[in-house]
Design a protein around this ligand. Structure first.
Ligand SMILES: Cc1cc2nc3c(=O)[nH]c(=O)nc-3n(C[C@H](O)[C@H](O)[C@H](O)COP(=O)(O)OP(=O)(O)OC[C@H]3O[C@@H](n4cnc5c(N)ncnc54)[C@H](O)[C@@H]3O)c2cc1C
Length: 479
């Protein structure tokens, strides 16, 4: 809780954004107590909804005037607690800044405000021959501001790259309320790549108020396949074989049997429910050559004991397959009241090993785990099922999650492929980086955010060297 004269701050915020742009009653703020990471919760003291960049600047200046911390939020789909208002303070919710400012097909960029939902840009570009490539599975809800802050990936980033590869520039409000622009509509400006620094900084350096994003030509054609396997081991070996053969699929996703059952119940695609794993494989590009790649992939799947490889027969079937994949997390609601999605990365050839370890860890902690993930990138998403009202289950889920992430590090991987560090994984930072590395990162953060009022206690351990002093004042669910 903030101990400044809150009513005065609220009055001044209302004067900036209007009465309907400020929430301060506890009952209104409860929905902002957490994001997609439900294990830690804490309400902000105030939520404020700017409509313009000038509003964001004024809000930040008021927070500084009253010595209150502040935190940007998009749609709140972070799975790492990036939107947890540690210690309370003011949450700056950017969803009313939702304008697609410009679509420039000749120069292949679009300019968007941060609250534009990812899929809105795709829809706006329909029929133009261009698209915005980063397509997180949450694209129907998450905002481009949130994508920029977390450097989002998605199924098609295997071939097309993650968000940072598609952001040409940003306009941002710094922690003192001043406005900056890094990059812009043209490629490769001189000097340090400050756009690249902002992308993935999880709101700890600046609040993004506009982004220039690259548009990508639609491919001429697609071939979308469904490989059906009797074991997870065979499916993961097929992944290494496909990439090892020099094929770069546009997407290569895996679902295991646990998730398949939930997805089938939700969408009735006709998945074989006795299969232990399926691969969703897509190649795209010039029509000439696609059939050859498809045949190669079918052969490689068969060599790795695929029971069958089905082809999406029509555009509608392809769309349904992608719907099943992208809404798989939603279908998990059929399996348990709460779930925790992990986000480790391992070298692709370690996928068979890590999935065996995940099964073993789940068994030892008596936690049911299902898997749906961006297999081509080695980016695993074990989903740990539990009931957040049961303190013992929460403890076991946290311990099992920690062991899985430790295993990823031991495999030469990392603890996040796309969801970010947030508050959830802060204590892993000292396992991934040396004290000197963390100190350099902390100094960069301090250069942008000297008072640390912007997004405190996020991403980097607070004192620079060790994550263990990170305090978690948010209430832990069921504990
Ligand atoms: C079902 C589901 C599927 C998902 N699939 C994927 C996936 O395939 N790939 C992937 O990468 N992620 C995925 N995610 C995670 C999440 O959707 C992404 O991290 C997304 O980018 C978050 O966007 P958001 O608008 O919800 O941001 P929020 O959750 O609101 O915020 C995320 C972080 O960004 C900061 N932030 C938000 N807006 C701004 C801004 N304008 N300026 C500065 N900082 C800001 C916040 O402070 C916070 O630290 C998934 C999540 C869910 C629930």
């Amino acid at each position: 809780m903030i101990d400044t004269p809150l009513p005065l701050l609220v009055d001044e915020l209302r004067a900036v954004v209007g009465n309907d742009g400020v929430l301060s009653a506890h009952s209104d703020l409860v929905v902002y107590e957490c994001d997609g990471f439900v294990i830690e919760k804490n309400c902000p003291d105030v939520a404020v909804f700017p409509r313009t960049t000038a509003h964001v600047q004024a809000i930040v200046r008021l927070c500084n005037k009253y010595g209150v911390s502040f935190l940007p939020r998009g749609a709140g789909t972070s799975l790492a607690g990036g939107c947890l208002p540690v210690g309370g303070g003011v949450m700056i919710v950017l969803t009313r800044m939702k304008e697609i400012v410009e679509i420039n097909l000749r120069d292949r960029f679009a300019v968007v405000q941060p609250g534009v939902v990812n899929v809105w840009l795709t829809q706006a570009l329909k029929g133009t021959g261009y698209h915005y490539a980063p397509d997180p599975s949450s694209q129907g809800a998450c905002t481009i501001g949130g994508n920029v802050a977390t450097n989002s990936g998605g199924p098609h980033t295997l071939k097309y790259g993650v968000t940072v590869n598609h952001v040409l520039g940003v306009e941002a409000v710094l922690a003192d309320g001043s406005l900056v622009q890094f990059g812009g509509p043209t490629e490769d400006g001189p000097g340090l790549d400050l756009t690249g620094l902002i992308v993935g900084s999880e709101g700890t350096l600046a609040i993004v108020t506009k982004a220039w994003v690259r548009l990508t030509r639609d491919p001429q054609g697609w071939r979308t396949m469904l490989g059906v396997f009797e074991s997870v081991h065979d499916a993961t070996n097929a992944i290494s074989a496909i990439i090892g053969a020099g094929i770069v699929p546009a997407a290569l996703e895996m679902m295991d049997q646990g998730i398949l059952v939930a997805v089938e119940e939700a969408f009735h695609f006709g998945f074989p429910l006795d299969a232990q794993a399926i691969l969703l494989i897509e190649v795209d590009g010039l029509e000439a050559g696609l059939d050859h790649q498809r045949e190669q992939i079918i052969q490689l799947c068969q060599q790795n004991k695929a029971r069958e490889v089905r082809l999406a027969a029509s555009a509608a079937e392809r769309q349904l397959l992608w719907k099943c994949r992208k809404q798989a997390f939603g279908a998990v609601g059929r399996l348990s009241p709460s779930y925790c999605t992990q986000d480790g990365v391992v070298p692709r050839t370690k996928l068979p090993y890590i999935l065996e370890r995940i099964t073993d860890i789940g068994r030892r902690y008596d936690v049911r785990i299902v898997n749906v993930f961006h297999a081509g990138d080695g980016n695993i998403h074990p989903i740990l099922l539990f009931d957040e009202r049961n303190a013992d289950q929460v403890r076991r889920v946290l311990a099992a999650s920690g062991e899985i992430l430790d295993e990823c590090i031991a495999c030469g991987g990392s603890v996040t492929g796309e969801h970010g560090i947030g508050v959830e994984k802060i204590e892993f930072m000292h396992k991934l980086f040396t004290a000197d590395d963390l100190d350099v990162m902390a100094r960069v953060r301090t250069a942008f955010n000297p008072t640390l009022r912007l997004s405190p206690a996020k991403m980097l351990p607070t004192a620079g060297a060790c994550g263990l002093e990170q305090h978690h004042p948010g209430r832990r669910a069921a504990m």
